[in-house]
Design a protein around this ligand. Structure first.
Ligand SMILES: [Zn+2]
Ligand SMILES: [Zn+2]
Length: 490
């Protein structure tokens, strides 16, 4: 199955699809609220799930990880410990003597090692379950892992026992040929039966052809692949064992045999668990770990997905689709609901500049600056103002007080031109503003000190004295006028 990728993040597998827009979205493009399927950011119709199987790396692309899994500390410790125990049991004199045990002939070694086989199978089953729940790396070892719910291994044994009974029964009913057919079917169904057992913890389900068959059908072709891989792993195990047998002492050979058997079975358990994890949605069971989008990629610095709020992500998509008006409306809505969202304000301003809607641009610029000043963010307000006049030379903040505050800041920062521009015509724009004298005194000071325009400075000062004769600032204005006159007369 080919992986469907996000339209806006072509490296990332898609999670949702809009049928009417014919667009696929990745999880970072869409926010899920609650249980309901989310809406398309463009047309608002309900999205369809592509299944999380699309997000999770297909298991045949991570064979390397499967082979490395048993080499992590926890599984390695289990395998090594049990191999040492196998070695010690094999040292017991007469360990290879056959004993009649019920109807079977068994080696005494088998009887001695049975509890350890049990512990190992229990561990392998917990690896299968952990992986199925999304823990892709071995979880730390605990005593529960090796002992708790040992019943599951009893059930597994009973399952195999039942399988051999079925084979005997078919031999009786249909002869050798029938037995072979049934044997093939049972061998093929064994991994699925173990997976069902891991999922439901019920022998009845694991032995039920309906549940086992349905699991195989839901997983589909990957199940065949799993089966083929298991076959190759068994061959590999036999090859490895063949390599060491005869080279070492019998006891050491036994230890190697156990180690390789455990190593390869753990790979199989990990693969079976992964297949359940990959198809958990179709199989209808929940996982602990949230589906990660190709976690290996996420770690790299050049992450293709930017961290933005869901609303802004939807806006990005609208812009991408050329729906700028809708994007503007949505951004305005976002700002109305949370006026503190500076990111949204920044984007709206940029977007309005692109659309060329001057009235809306001016309005947003003013509201943005007002908000920043009310929040004492003068430097940022000054920056926004500079951005605004770059685009619209006539742009002015909305309130007289804001213009004076920014004028002071520009002057303080050594940007007298900007200070002059923002204070220009203050008295015309705000005839009732009572702080014009203070602002114009500042203008006169800048004219005199920064621009060497004493004549214009005097004009401004005289204008203030004429028009605001009773203002408390008149004294200071008159004093400064006197200084300018003295300096220019010198
Ligand atoms: Zn995306
Ligand atoms: Zn749509």
């Amino acid at each position: 199955m080919a992986v469907v990728t996000c339209k806006y993040h072509p490296q990332i597998p898609a999670r949702w699809r809009c049928e009417s827009c014919q667009i696929n979205y990745c999880p970072s493009c869409i926010t899920v609220n609650g249980q309901r399927a989310p809406d398309c950011p463009i047309c608002k119709s309900e999205l369809t799930s592509l299944g999380s199987a699309n997000l999770i790396k297909p298991f045949w692309t991570r064979l390397r990880e499967f082979f490395l899994y048993p080499l992590h500390p926890a599984p390695l410790m289990v395998m090594f410990g049990l191999s040492v125990i196998a070695f010690l049991i094999a040292q017991i004199p007469g360990w290879f003597i056959q004993t009649d045990f019920l109807l079977w002939r068994v080696h005494r070694y088998d009887l001695f090692s049975l509890p350890f086989v049990f512990v190992y199978l229990k561990y392998a089953q917990s690896v299968l379950e952990d992986t199925a729940h999304g823990h892709l790396k071995p979880t730390p070892l605990s005593s529960e892992k090796l002992t708790e719910n040992g019943m599951i291994i009893v059930k597994m044994m009973l399952l195999f026992f039942a399988f051999s009974l079925i084979q005997f029964a078919t031999l009786d009913l249909f002869g050798q040929f029938g037995k072979h057919i049934v044997q093939i079917i049972l061998v093929f169904a064994t991994p699925a039966a173990i997976m069902v057992l891991a999922m439901e913890d019920k022998l009845a389900s694991a032995i039920n052809p309906a549940t086992v068959g349905s699991l195989m059908l839901r997983i589909g072709a990957p199940y065949l692949l799993l089966f083929a891989l298991i076959y190759f792993l068994i061959q590999a195990k036999n090859f490895m064992i063949g390599m060491v047998s005869g080279v070492f002492s019998p006891a050491l050979t036994i230890a190697f045999f156990e180690f390789f058997s455990m190593y390869f079975y753990l790979i199989v358990a990990n693969m079976m668990g992964y297949l359940l994890y990959q198809h958990h949605e179709e199989l209808g069971f929940s996982i602990d770990v949230e589906v990660e989008v190709y976690p290996e990629k996420k770690k790299t610095k050049t992450s293709p997905v930017q961290e933005v709020s869901p609303e802004l992500r939807a806006v990005e998509i609208l812009i991408h689709e050329g729906k700028t008006e809708e994007a503007v409306r949505q951004l305005q809505g976002v700002i109305r609901n949370s006026p503190t969202d500076l990111e949204a304000r920044e984007r709206l301003l940029k977007l309005l500049r692109l659309t060329g809607d001057m009235a809306a641009f001016r309005e947003q610029g003013q509201s943005y600056i007002s908000y920043l000043i009310s929040d004492n963010k003068y430097a940022q307000a000054a920056k926004v103002y500079q951005g605004c006049i770059e685009f619209d030379k006539t742009f002015k903040p909305e309130k007289a007080g804001e213009r004076v505050e920014l004028g002071k800041l520009f002057r303080h920062n050594g940007q007298p031109k900007l200070a002059m521009a923002i204070l220009n015509n203050l008295h015309k724009d705000f005839p009732n503003y009572d702080n014009v004298p203070q602002a114009y005194l500042m203008v006169a000071q800048m004219l005199c000190e920064q621009f060497n325009e004493d004549a214009r400075a005097k004009q401004v000062l005289k204008f203030v004295l004429e028009n605001y004769p009773s203002h408390p600032m008149t004294e200071a204005v008159r004093d400064y006028l006197k200084i300018v006159e003295d300096v220019s007369n010198r």
